[in-house]
Design a protein. Structure first.
Length: 157
C-alpha cells in the first residue's frame, strides 16, 4: 500500500490512517445519500418541495463520492492515476459540477426557507417551479464546470 515514487513517503501507519479515513468517508457518503434519496422517493408523503431540494443535494453529493471520490481514493493510495486522460478530465469536471450544484441547491433551499419565514401567507413554491429551479441549478453548474471539461489535461513526469 505504498505511495509509489514520491520524494516523500509517509510512514505506513499514516498511510493506513488516511486509507481508513478516506474509505470510511466514501462509504458513509454513498450509504447516507442513497438512503436519503430512497426514503424520499419511496414514501409519497415525503415528496415535498423542500425534500425535492434535499434529494437534489443528495444526488450531487452521491455523484461527487462515486465519480470523483472513488478515483481520487485510488490515486491517494497508489500515487498513480491508472484511469487515463479521459477519466481525469471527467473527474475534474464532475468535481466542479457537483460542488457547484450542491452550493446552488443550498442557495435554493435558503431562498425557499426565507420566503416561508418572512412571508408565511404567500403562496408556496410549486413542484414545477422547484423543478425549474433545480434545472437552473444544474444548468448553471454545468456552465461553471465547462472550462474544466474543455481545458483539463494530465501531465506525466
Amino acid at each position: 500500500m505504498g505511495l509509489g515514487k514520491r520524494p516523500y513517503s509517509p510512514p505506513w501507519w499514516s498511510q493506513l490512517a488516511w486509507f481508513i479515513l478516506f474509505a470510511s468517508m466514501l462509504l458513509l457518503a454513498v450509504i447516507g445519500n442513497t438512503l436519503v434519496i430512497w426514503i424520499v422517493l419511496a414514501h409519497r408523503r415525503m415528496r415535498t418541495v423542500t425534500n425535492c431540494f434535499l434529494v437534489n443535494l443528495a444526488v450531487a453529493d452521491l455523484l461527487m463520492a462515486t465519480l470523483n471520490g472513488a478515483p481520487n481514493f485510488v490515486f491517494l493510495v497508489t500515487a498513480h492515476w491508472p484511469f487515463g486522460s479521459v477519466t481525469c478530465t471527467a473527474s475534474n469536471f464532475t468535481a466542479n459540477l457537483t460542488v457547484s450544484a450542491g452550493v446552488f441547491t443550498l442557495v435554493a433551499i435558503t431562498v425557499d426557507r426565507y420566503v416561508a419565514i418572512v412571508k408565511p401567507l404567500q403562496h408556496r413554491l410549486s413542484r414545477s417551479m422547484a423543478r425549474a429551479a433545480l434545472f437552473s441549478v444544474w444548468f448553471a453548474s454545468a456552465l461553471l464546470a465547462l472550462p474544466s471539461l474543455l481545458y483539463s489535461d494530465t501531465y506525466t513526469k
